[in-house]
Design a protein around this ligand. Structure first.
Ligand code: AMP
Length: 289
């Protein structure tokens, strides 16, 4: 496995692979099982796997956790080695010294959910992913459903800008109590960690209520009541179209719907989502909680 920090060196190295399919897994490091599941998928689908590890300043607002974001690079490198990653791309900076003059701007898909409170966040995400794709030119890149709004925006970026790349998705990997694995779970103390499992509890409750025949507004009210009982004030709890991310007030059966949640628990801002109709994996987790 090669660890490469400079763009020129990376491109020189990638020049050795002209016929091979390159698969890219973009990350901000602090790798966990969620990231590793994406790496394993990339290994199955491509010949050469590149994992980028870059905490992108452009997607953090001034008051957010850019400086405190965990950076256990030696552990990350060890995990990548164990997974058979070919190249870790770990640049110190991807932007011009004088700052970036031209970047991408997201519209429509950033008006709701995380985009409503994290102004400029998805512009930063789209710009850095575009830069990584331009540098590495992979055949495919893999993104997790855990960050569903990000995934939707990247899919639209690739389609709207005719970028020659396939976007592959990976399902959310969870702890045994359902909490979605996240680098930010490290910020949770024991009490907050216990509380955090109620986010998945709330998502599955809302789904159960809809499946039982409750209307979407009533199912969401039941979810909000559940959160209130756990002393959690969500930033949002919403059922939205997977395609437009617009909130749905009724089930119309044409567009697939998803339940989305975000909340600050202790010092971590956590997000999660599940499809309105359950996958077998989620049923398994529910039955062992
Ligand atoms: P991050 O390092 O948080 O920027 O995430 C890098 C990639 O890993 C993104 O595509 C995320 O959606 C994905 N990811 C993060 N957490 C999980 C998880 N629990 N399961 C699957 N994928 C995940």
């Amino acid at each position: 496995m090669k660890i490469i920090r400079s763009i020129a060196e990376l491109q020189l190295e990638l020049g050795n692979y002209t016929l091979e399919q390159i698969g890219l897994v973009p990350t901000m490091g602090c790798l966990h099982e969620g990231h590793l599941s994406l790496i394993r998928k990339a290994k199955l689908l491509s010949d050469i796997v590149v994992v980028s590890i870059y905490v992108n300043p452009l997607q953090f607002a001034a008051h957010e956790d850019l400086d405190s974001y965990p950076k256990p690079f030696a552990d990350d490198a060890e995990l990548c080695l164990q997974e058979g990653v070919d190249i870790i791309f770990h640049p110190t900076n991807l932007y011009p010294e004088q700052g970036i003059a031209v970047g991408l701007h997201v519209q429509q898909l950033n008006q709701q959910l995380c985009g409503a409170s994290r102004l400029g966040h998805f512009d930063g995400v789209a710009t850095v992913v575009c830069i990584l794709l331009n540098i590495i030119r992979p055949s495919l890149a893999i993104f997790g459903e855990k960050d569903f709004q990000q995934l939707s925006i990247i899919r639209r970026m690739v389609s709207d800008l005719y970028m020659p790349i396939e976007i592959i998705t990976g399902e959310t990997i969870r702890e045994t109590d359902g909490l979605a694995k996240s680098s930010r779970n490290r910020y949770l103390n024991a009490l907050a960690r216990k509380k955090a499992s109620h986010l998945f509890g709330c998502l599955t409750l809302v789904r159960e209520k809809v499946t039982q025949g409750l209307s979407i507004p009533d199912a969401l009210s039941a979810g909000l009541f559940y959160l209130q009982q756990q002393d959690i004030q969500p930033e949002y709890l919403s059922i939205c179209s997977e395609h437009t991310l617009q909130p749905a007030n009724q089930f119309i059966g044409v567009t697939p719907l998803r339940i989305f949640i975000a909340a600050n628990i202790g010092s971590a801002r956590l997000i999660d989502n599940i499809p309105l109709y359950s996958t077998n994996k989620e049923k398994e987790i529910k039955s062992c909680v």
